[in-house]
Design a protein around this ligand. Structure first.
Ligand code: GLA
Length: 719
């Protein structure tokens, strides 16, 4: 049992594989954060619960003569606003008399052997060795109760949390802030790491010293966003990829969110994450409840790479649905944009035949009268001018060439120039009396309304039921404005999950690739439904080094999509070798974003080699340890590797960015191998011990030009 209740000291001990989380109940009243870090054997846990008086920190009435007791200085697991704690609250509840204060006190606990699921939102599965602690707090005056859930994965260093707010009183209250987790660490000796970006430049790593006051990441876009991924980490100042403590947290949610860190006057650090409290209010009538999304907390004592391995294994085992086949695709977006017809597709798909590509994905432009991005979203009816034999005609072309068929949708959108808008203008999110706001000339369907969600399900089902498709690319190309109520944003996200839940249950064999102008909604909740995501609209191999490296901090390579596109690259104008583009794209779910007709015979041969190699590599990507070997951030090269779980099969990808005339000796050291086994380079047949590859390294060759990419494959020949 990984959850121990120390009766005498009233302390809950949550043990992971190498970590411990201690929760106290001070004076049987206040639920406090006592410790989070390396695994502890502790004789007197109550020793960690310390109070010291501090000026200007108020005490509750029951502590009139004990000024040292203050919610402002107690480390807390569920802090609220207005009753003594001046730091950021995890929960705020407005009452009919205008008060926003609740005095949440410990009521009871329960240890559950089943991990509870969250209603209407994705959450992680139990891995068969998971225990759950539920702590209930109560505010006497309003009878509002709060359940704090802690799911402990006993064989990992992972705790997932969420909270449920229950109105057990008789009067309506309004929840205006409800974090999925909040906890206080005992010091502030940290750096702060976040994943920042923009369209075509997602999830770049940014690390800054943690300062006093509040540090915040947030999205107000009803999307987890290109700009700030719902992930943040605290790192000890000496932490690197391989050593040092890291606390990483990631929200399983696709809408507006916030992650806050506050360093207070006593230099302690509060961390919390949940739905954004900006423009949020959720009424709770008597006996109603509100559930927050789940947050994933990972602790590593051995640097960032070890944190990432925890996230990767957890998401591969307990988040992603396993039965999907992730094919090698060719997608026509950068090949044709809107300018295609059946004849052109016939040639394009025909040219893909025999190259080892498995699926053709028809991108935007096949429906309504969509020849540009100004119309037809919502009209999911095939354009017969372009495709006279309908979608089945394209499916037949694919079949004839030995490929499967995938199709692009942007289901959450509506164009003003669409039959859908003409019939149901009210389906678009809008503000009464104000002109529409457009982004990429489109508006968003109001998924907070069930009938609109049902329209989307029906429109998509009508297409899916009538054509052989095995794959959908689900796009989302704008963010949400005109949020006409404080519930809209969260209700929208719940509507989206309802649609995705319905469609993935109805069509369990169709794999959905997520997309939002590339990686604008790359979060664990989307991954639950769309197990791979088009990682960025920037397909340039060099920019992808940064994007894929940053993404790998949290998300396993199994979730990323990389395609080889033409040069000059359509986003950056950069010219990179075909081989390098392949090496970067093969580090994810692999494919091509080009018209195979434009390939030279030499390039076609390279494609055959790449798809052949990838079919072996793919098995490894799905069950391996991913090691970051060199960071492109601040460097001039990048390297990573995939090491099979039994350590016998290893792929190493290396890209040098700009070349130099100097012929230096550059040794690339590998990680995660077995030191005593003999590894053979599959291509050159040269043999090395694991310890040599890890400690002395491989001597990299002299690079012939900029953007040189290298891939090494080692296999154990002697255990
Ligand atoms: C988004 C996607 C692209 C492509 C276009 C189509 O930008 O990220 O891959 O599908 O939409 O309009």
């Amino acid at each position: 049992m990984a959850i121990i209740y120390h009766v005498k000291s009233n302390v809950f001990q949550l043990d992971g594989k190498n970590s411990t989380y201690l929760i106290g109940v001070y004076d049987n009243k206040f639920v406090t954060s006592l410790y989070y870090g390396k695994k502890l054997e502790i004789l007197k846990p109550e020793r960690l619960s310390v109070i010291r008086e501090l000026g200007f920190s108020p005490s509750p009435n029951d502590y009139f003569y004990q000024r040292s007791v203050s919610l402002d200085t107690l480390p807390q697991e569920c802090p609220s606003f207005g009753y003594g704690d001046f730091r950021i609250p995890a929960i705020t509840i407005e009452q009919n008399d205008g008060s926003r204060c609740v005095d949440l006190r410990y009521k009871s606990y329960e240890i559950l052997s089943e991990k509870p699921q969250i209603t209407g939102m994705p959450s992680l599965r139990d891995d068969g060795n998971c225990d759950t602690l539920k702590i209930t707090l109560k505010d006497e005056l309003t009878s509002v109760e709060v359940d704090l859930y802690y799911n402990v994965y006993n064989d990992r260093d992972v705790i997932t949390r969420h909270m449920v707010i229950r109105n057990e009183g008789n009067e309506e209250v309004r929840v205006t802030k409800a974090m999925s987790c909040s906890f206080d660490l005992r010091d502030n000796n940290f750096n702060f790491l976040q994943l920042v970006g923009t369209h075509c430049e997602e999830r770049h790593i940014e690390t800054t010293p943690l300062r006093h006051g509040i540090t915040k990441i947030e999205s107000r876009r009803t999307s987890s966003s290109h700009m700030l991924n719902p992930f943040m980490a605290l790192l000890r100042k000496d932490t690197t990829e391989d050593v040092g403590e890291v606390y990483g947290i990631n929200l399983v949610y696709s809408g507006s969110y916030e992650g806050c860190i506050e360093v207070d006057q006593r230099h302690t650090t509060r961390l919390q994450m949940g739905i954004s409290s900006f423009d949020f209010e959720w009424p709770l009538k008597a006996k109603e409840q509100f559930e927050t999304p789940e947050v994933v907390m990972v602790y590593s004592a051995n640097g960032l790479n070890a944190m990432s391995l925890q996230f990767h294994d957890l998401y591969n085992d307990c988040l992603l649905k396993k039965h999907y086949h992730h094919p090698i695709v060719v997608n026509n977006w950068e090949a044709t944009y809107f300018g295609f017809d059946e004849e052109k597709l016939d040639k394009l798909v025909g040219a893909a035949k025999g190259l080892g590509i498995e699926t053709f994905v028809l991108d935007d432009g096949w429906f309504g009268k969509r020849n540009n991005d100004e119309c037809s979203l919502g009209d999911w009816i095939v354009n017969k001018d372009k495709l006279p034999n309908g979608l089945q005609g394209v499916a037949d072309i694919c079949k004839k060439n030995g490929l499967k068929f995938g199709l692009w949708f942007e289901p959450e959108m509506i164009s003003i120039d669409s039959d859908l808008y003409r019939a149901h203008p009210d389906y678009a999110i809008a503000l009464k009396g104000r002109e529409h706001l457009h982004s990429r000339c489109q508006m968003v369907l109001d998924l907070s309304r069930k009938e609109v969600c049902d329209y989307v399900i029906k429109a998509m089902s009508d297409v899916i039921d009538n054509v052989d498709i095995s794959y959908i690319k689900w796009d989302f190309n704008r963010n949400i404005t005109e949020t006409y109520s404080k519930q809209l944003s969260h209700k929208y996200v719940l509507g989206l999950y309802y649609i995705l839940e319905t469609l993935t249950s109805k069509y369990p064999n169709i794999m959905i690739e997520g997309c939002s102008g590339g990686g604008g909604r790359f979060d664990p909740a989307m991954l639950y439904y769309t197990p791979q995501i088009w990682t960025s609209d920037d397909s340039d191999a060099i920019e992808r080094l940064f994007i894929q490296y940053g993404t790998s901090l949290v998300y396993p390579p199994t979730t990323m999509v990389g395609h080889v596109s033409v040069t000059p690259n359509h986003q950056t104008g950069r010219v990179t070798p075909f081989k390098t583009r392949g090496i970067v794209a093969m580090s994810a779910n692999f494919g091509y974003e080009l018209n195979p007709q434009v390939l030279s015979e030499q390039e076609r041969e390279l494609v055959r080699q790449q798809t052949h190699e990838y079919k072996h590599l793919r098995k490894l990507i799905y069950k391996s340890d991913f090691y970051r070997l060199r960071s492109p951030f601040g460097g001039n090269d990048c390297a990573w590797s995939f090491v099979s779980k039994n350590k016998n099969d290893v792929y190493v990808m290396y890209v040098r960015i700009l070349n130099a005339a100097t012929n230096e000796f550059d040794w690339l050291k590998l990680k995660g191998l077995h030191p005593n086994r003999i590894y053979q380079n599959v291509e050159t047949k040269e043999k090395f011990t694991g310890s040599e590859l890890m400690n002395a390294g491989i001597l990299l060759p002299r690079h012939p030009y900029d953007f040189n990419g290298l891939m090494y494959h080692f296999k154990v020949v002697k255990e």
